[in-house]
Design a protein around this ligand. Structure first.
Ligand code: B1M
Length: 215
């Protein structure tokens, strides 16, 4: 199979919600020496975006979103350990990351967490559907340097603003940097809510986190 055929097969497995095929293709791609990040970006994410488009146009329904998401997650479990393989030993900073309250989308957040961890950050992933208080408590407990909040819905983006406010109210805003991300989020939203940074994707999130640490 060519590189492109691997990507296409991964994308199609997500579009069809075929978890087993996604897993087998991911394993075969790694065995063939493909870059795991390229498999995620050019294969799985392409497929996921297509699922989103089909959902928007009414051709796919909620169960299709669910099985597409599950197929991507299953293949990610194969690919993510390969991403973490080149882990640096020095801890660059501590990051508390989660998906905001009311939002159950976890794949992008987990990918950002994995790449941060693979690039030398200590990552405390608090999961999905987390309130500003959950973010705040985890930040205090971990003595974190950065808080990362993911939101995939236009209706849940507002919780990112509430997280900035919760840090302000706790007197931690000067000490802790805030990075926001997720499909509906952009730089102007980050500016509007007083976040320190916007991460467009998992790779840029790593560069931004390093900049936030002054590296
Ligand atoms: Co939902 N969903 N979903 N969904 N879903 C979207 C987001 C949507 C755009 C689909 C669409 O209509 N085209 C739409 C949102 C519309 C809007 O608000 N603008 C939508 C909707 C409407 C819904 C429901 C309301 C559907 C319903 O019930 N009627 C419902 C809401 C549930 C809830 O959260 N309360 C819902 C449910 C679901 C599932 C649970 C079924 C499933 C998630 C499964 C899971 O995560 N385990 C799901 C899925 C799979 C999607 C799509 C198809 C794919 C999301 C994904 O995983 N992408 C999505 C459409 C799309 O995005 N094309 C859609 C792959 C992932 C790698 O990308 O998450 O964008 P992404 O993350 C990227 C960047 O955004 C960035 O880096 C990541 C890696 O590059 N990033 C960060 C993300 N977080 C970051 C944080 C950072 C920095 C960068 O710093 C902290």
């Amino acid at each position: 199979m060519t590189e492109q055929e691997f990507y296409d097969k991964l994308a199609q497995a997500v579009i069809d919600g075929e978890g087993e095929i996604a897993i087998e293709t991911a394993k075969a791609a790694l065995a063939a020496g493909l870059d795991p990040m390229a498999c995620i970006n050019n294969g799985l994410t392409e497929g996921m975006n297509r699922v989103g488009d089909l959902f928007s146009s009414g051709e796919y329904y909620l169960p299709d979103l669910i099985i597409g998401g599950d197929a991507m997650k299953a293949a990610m479990e194969v690919l993510e350990p390969a991403l973490s393989g080149n882990q640096e030993r020095e801890v660059l900073g501590k990051v508390v990351i989660g998906t905001v309250k009311g939002d159950l989308h976890e794949i992008g957040k987990t990918l950002v967490a994995t790449l941060l961890s693979a690039n030398g950050f200590q990552v405390i992933d608090i999961g999905i559907d987390k309130s500003p208080a959950d973010f705040l408590n985890a930040t205090i407990e971990a003595d974190a340097d950065i808080v990362g909040a993911s939101a995939l819905l236009t209706t849940t983006m507002v919780v990112q603003e509430q997280i900035v406010e919760a840090l302000e109210d706790a007197g931690l805003r000067e000490k802790v940097k805030v990075m926001v991300g997720g499909a509906p989020v952009n730089q102007s939203w980050a500016d509007q809510i007083g976040a320190d940074a916007y991460g467009e994707d998992a790779i840029s999130a790593v560069d931004i986190a390093k900049k936030l640490m002054g590296l």
